[in-house]
Design a protein around this ligand. Structure first.
Ligand SMILES: Cc1ncc(COP(=O)(O)O)c(C=O)c1O
Length: 391
């Protein structure tokens, strides 16, 4: 099918929930992507932080094929090797004690929300501490609990009533500490807010919030759905902040392109959820776990150092460009504030025409390239971005 045939059928049969760009993607190799008409693009998106090792990654593909040749799915009534190998690898790299596998970021967050509430219910009595403080500008998912947790009004319209017990704070120590009370069971935050524009929460704030949470036995949930799995140049961003959260959630890059999410439990929470408390049919699917293991096993110090280097290079080159006010972010999670007559969406559309896939986040451009992007691919993408931004 050519682009127009695909688009017509998409318009006809797929719920119109996505603001798609005018391109139908067929295949890729590393950080290069081709559309159905054979046009090539440099990929600064990695499928919104998913294809951590790019397209057509041999190691990932081999693990997926090997596992598919054994079994495609095993239900959670039985033990399965790829699940335990992955859980152990995640615990080793993160310091977590236990892992629950779901299928997405939203599901990972649902699990953390339930665990936080149960932790307090067991310790302080049912219904006494249930409030979860989330940040204004946050994004935690589209299910009802995670949508409620998401601190952006734009996502809430038409979908109420929402869950009780969510309170929104500015991501500052002053506001978070003012909102903690004797009903609070958890503070939930992204260390870098991705969807709202790659806004980095500073280290001092995060450390002060962690200290306060520990004093008050309020759990700290860190949402690493986007920042996790090497994206910021750390295996998980919190490791770079030197904090010890009680629950961490991740997804996106974890599976390298297959759907998997994980909720990580640390010392206080490792035994909070027990048999029957939580579950999902597809959670811990062996093919997704085998794929994810190839991602986690490659998050070595050497790989992470290259993520930092490449991120610094991209940031420095973009800062020099016309129409750029500021570049925020860490590692290869970057947001570009603009001083341009064109909107971020218009600029992303122009980039697409010239052969570059790039994301937006509100009024910023956003980059989440594959962690393995080469210098030549970065330069090709930067050249296009420079032309697009030229006033
Ligand atoms: C920080 C964060 N949390 C949660 C989610 C939701 O993840 P998913 O779309 O896999 O449900 C996202 C998705 O963009 C995210 O960026």
């Amino acid at each position: 099918m050519n682009f127009f045939e695909i688009k017509d059928r998409d318009d006809g049969f797929i719920a119109g929930t996505y603001g798609r760009f005018s391109v139908a993607i067929e295949k890729g190799e590393g950080s290069s992507i081709w559309d159905v008409e054979g046009k090539k693009y440099i990929d600064f998106t990695s499928g919104i932080g998913v294809n951590a090792f790019g397209m057509n990654d041999e190691i990932w593909k081999a693990a997926v094929v090997e596992q598919i040749n054994k079994t495609q799915h095993v239900c959670n009534l039985y033990y399965v090797q790829p699940q335990v190998e992955l859980a152990e690898a995640i615990c080793k790299i993160s310091g977590a004690k236990k892992v629950f596998f779901g299928n997405s970021g939203a599901e990972a967050n649902e699990c953390a929300i339930k665990a936080a509430r149960k932790y307090s219910a067991l310790k302080y009595g049912e219904g006494s501490r249930y409030e979860i403080i989330t940040m204004k500008g946050s994004f935690h998912g589209r299910t009802m609990a995670t949508l409620t947790a998401t601190g952006q009004d734009g996502f809430h319209k038409h979908f109420g009533p929402f869950l009780e017990g969510f309170v929104y704070a500015e991501p500052t120590y002053e506001d978070i500490s003012a909102k903690i009370n004797d009903k609070t069971c958890a503070v939930m935050m992204e260390l870098i807010q991705g969807e709202s524009g790659v806004n980095v929460v500073d280290e001092q704030t995060v450390k002060a919030v962690e200290k306060l949470c520990k004093e008050k036995d309020v759990l700290l949930i860190v949402d690493e759905v986007q920042t996790g799995n090497g994206r910021t140049g750390e295996a998980y961003a919190y490791l770079g902040y030197g904090i010890s959260p009680d629950l961490v959630t991740t997804a996106k890059g974890l599976g390298g392109g297959l759907p998997i999410g994980a909720c990580l439990f640390f010392d206080k929470t490792e035994n909070t959820l027990v048999k029957g408390d939580h579950g999902t049919t597809f959670g811990g699917n062996p093919v997704a776990c085998a794929a994810a293991l190839t991602v986690v096993n490659r998050l070595t110090d050497d790989l992470l150092a290259t993520v930092k280097e490449k991120g610094a290079y991209l940031k420095a080159e973009i800062e020099k460009m016309d129409g750029v006010k500021e570049v925020s972010g860490r590692g290869m999670m970057l947001g570009v504030s603009l001083d341009h007559e064109k909107s971020a969406r218009q600029l992303a559309e122009e980039a697409l025409k010239r052969g570059l896939l790039i994301l937006t986040a509100h009024e910023k451009l956003r980059l989440l390239p594959p962690l393995t992007i080469t210098r030549a691919e970065m330069d090709e993408g930067l050249k296009i971005l420079k032309e697009v931004l030229k006033k």
